[in-house]
Design a protein around this ligand. Structure first.
Ligand SMILES: [Zn+2]
Length: 174
């Protein structure tokens, strides 16, 4: 562990009501009042909440990836670190600084072995702070492994499964 000062670079975590839609954006088919099946946002308490707050283990790489995205939204450095493979986790963990995450789309979850998988996703972001107002989206293919029953994020390569580039539509040159 480094001797970085607590609170020096890590913003305080945010809290979220259990009934709020989960930041990861997961939906499930539910019947509305007229009996029609509609995709409905899943509540935080029924989605990533038990992983972030209850010590439950994500059952697969996609659910872990979603819970880590929610942890980025909620500035939960503890959870991000706990689910990052110790061989690749940066120390100090400075990934929360200056970026706010606005939305997630999981594109593909591909098991590559009994204890390994990749998840490709697109996430929308906005830079805050100095020279703020920058927004864009990133595509990444993340690698996950399962060790001792726990899925862990190892690393990722930028770009999507169909070769999508990282794009930043709102970034202006001025
Ligand atoms: Zn979720």
């Amino acid at each position: 562990m480094s001797a970085a000062l607590p609170g020096d670079s890590t913003p305080a975590p945010l809290s979220l009501a259990p009934t709020a839609p989960c930041p990861c954006g997961r939906t499930a088919p539910l019947r509305d009042r007229k009996g029609r099946i509609v995709q409905t946002p899943v509540a935080f308490a029924d989605c990533c909440g038990p992983y972030l707050d209850g010590g439950a283990l994500a059952p697969d790489a996609e659910r872990l990836m979603r819970s880590r995205y929610s942890a980025f939204v909620l500035l939960r450095a503890d959870y991000i670190r706990a689910t990052w493979h110790p061989d690749t986790c940066p120390d100090p963990l400075d990934v929360l600084e200056g970026t706010r995450w606005l939305g997630l789309t999981v594109q593909q979850h591909t098991p590559t072995g009994p204890d390994s998988a990749t998840v490709s996703f697109v996430a929308r972001w906005r830079r805050v702070g100095q020279g703020g107002g920058h927004a864009g989206r990133m595509a990444e293919i993340s690698q996950f492994v399962r060790e001792d029953g726990r899925w862990l994020y190892v690393d990722g390569v930028l770009g999507g499964p169909r070769g999508e580039a990282v794009v930043a539509p709102d970034a202006d040159a001025g």
